[in-house]
Write a protein that binds this ligand. Structure first.
Ligand SMILES: NC(=O)c1ccc[n+]([C@@H]2O[C@H](COP(=O)([O-])OP(=O)(O)OC[C@H]3O[C@@H](n4cnc5c(N)ncnc54)[C@H](O)[C@@H]3O)[C@@H](O)[C@H]2O)c1
Length: 445
């Protein structure tokens, strides 16, 4: 059944945590350039992707943005928080992702975008120091100040809605503890400065309390804790995360399903990266790397299901390394060596060398997530948005379920969600040969 989706009237604010980072400045520069007609939105499913409606014979493939009522790029207003006080043009120059001449046409607009003071605790990101940081005697007070920022930003820019998206540095690895287990304990914990409450959790709380969807782009424990899921349900706000799926893991979630689809076995998968941007520097710290490692490791186990295929996947060795190597900057290089085996156990190898650009891959994901999170809000969807798993290395999911990592199943799930929202039948890809009856309600073929 078609949902009543409020049309996107008025302006949508996108508040980025980590406003001055490489990912956000690349996202901002690109979106502003696209808005001017200088660049194409390459990599963005919301802007370039199509969706099949009806049967193959109908030949009906509208653009996603024409099929679902997404906010228009001209109606976006940008802001956010960072621990360094510079405008986003200066930061984009120092991030060294984009060429200076690509920033020239959007320079004036970028110069006007400046961060609000951040909530920051060095214990969570040991390699960074910030001088543009809020002070307060309790975490509750800091969270209240973030809420006030959101309200002011909305008022000053005459916005209709706001989405908050975390593209700030990865926080250290911490485990879920009692203070995370319920909203009540979490609220008390903020007032008592509980050490297990991280800055990212305060941003998430503030967003949800203000009715703004919260999207988590880094791998650390944050909005998926029971207390914040409870708040998202209570306030009926969508949440999504975590850890943008961009380079090596994107490739993994295509290759691993291929191996499983053909019942090919796996002896070992060794993945290594060299990366020289600030993210690489933060991840050079063992406690911060551990967060990323956990996120990257979980993927192939879930796809390969060793418990169902012990002869193929029971004993494979999986290793992931990220090496900080400054000369490469944002231009990451990933190597994968995959030792597989086939018929009669004969060994084979796959070697993948992906010379990618971290922020170039992440920027369109930020745009899509902001627009889809806003769509979810206007469609009355709230809590964990599993249909957005497509964009994440460690998709947040309800505890009773296993996550879905296979990229193409994720894409099908996303598109079927859009079809359902608009009151159109999902596509099952069943053929009509002899199964017409069982698929009558869907589209044969
Ligand atoms: N680029 C990718 O392909 C990719 C993929 C997955 C995840 N990520 C994650 O996205 C995040 C951003 O990556 P990046 O390359 O832009 O990193 P970056 O270091 O360039 O930017 C991070 C920004 O966050 C700011 N920051 C740190 N703590 C903050 C806080 N508490 N409040 C506000 N600002 C804070 C930093 O000052 C910095 O400007 C990282 O966590 C990274 O792991 C990136």
């Amino acid at each position: 059944m078609k949902r009543e989706i409020e049309n996107p009237k008025g302006k949508l604010g996108i508040l980025s945590v980590g406003l001055n980072g490489a990912v956000t400045t690349t996202f901002l520069a690109g979106t502003l350039a696209i808005r001017k007609g200088d660049k194409k939105p390459i990599g963005s499913l919301t802007q370039m992707g199509t969706i099949r409606i009806g049967r193959r014979i109908d030949n009906n493939f509208p653009l996603i943005k024409d099929f679902v009522p997404l906010a228009n790029l001209n109606d976006l207003v940008f802001g956010g928080w960072d621990i360094r006080n510079e405008n986003v043009y200066e930061s984009a120059i120092s991030a060294n992702v984009l060429e200076k001449n690509d920033l020239e046409t959007v320079k004036d607009e970028m110069k006007r975008i400046k961060p609000m003071k951040a909530v920051f605790e060095k214990r969570f990101v040991k390699r960074l120091d910030g001088d543009w940081v809020k002070t307060g005697s309790t975490k509750y007070e800091l969270m209240e100040s973030l809420r006030e920022d959101i309200r002011n930003f909305k008022k000053e820019n005459k916005l209709d809605r706001v989405v908050v998206i975390w593209s700030a540095s990865t926080e250290i690895f911490i485990k879920e503890s009692e203070v995370h287990s319920s909203l009540k304990l979490f609220e008390e914990g903020m007032k008592n400065n509980h050490p297990d409450i991280s800055p990212s959790m305060l941003y998430a709380y503030a967003a949800l309390a203000e009715g703004a969807p919260f999207v988590m782009g880094a791998p650390n424990l944050s909005v998926e804790i029971p207390a914040l899921v409870e708040l998202s349900l209570k306030n009926q706000v969508p949440i999504a995360g975590k850890d943008y799926k961009t380079g090596q893991t994107l490739v993994k979630t295509v290759i691993a399903p291929m191996l499983k689809a053909r019942m090919l076995g796996l002896h070992g998968w060794f993945s290594t990266n060299i990366l020289g941007n600030r993210d690489g520097e933060v991840l050079d710290e063992p406690d911060n790397f551990k967060t990323k490692e956990e996120s990257k490791l979980s993927v192939i186990d879930t796809i390969l299901q060793p418990e169902l295929y012990p002869d193929l996947y029971n004993k494979y060795y999986h290793k992931v390394r990220i090496n900080y190597y400054p000369p490469r900057g944002d231009n990451k290089e990933g190597w994968d060596n995959i030792d597989i085996f086939g018929w009669m156990g004969y060994p084979m190898q796959l070697k993948i060398n992906f010379l990618c650009r971290d922020s170039i891959l992440a920027a369109p994901i930020v745009l899509d997530l902001a627009l889809f999170a806003d769509l979810a809000l206007r469609s009355g969807m709230y809590g964990i948005q599993e249909w957005l798993s497509f964009y994440f290395k460690s998709p947040i999911h309800s505890k009773e379920k296993v996550p879905e990592h296979d990229l193409f199943i994720q894409l099908m799930k996303l598109k079927n969600t859009l079809r359902k929202l608009m009151g159109v039948n999902p596509i099952t890809h069943l053929d009509s040969n002899g199964v017409e009856e069982s698929v009558e309600e869907y589209y044969p073929d």
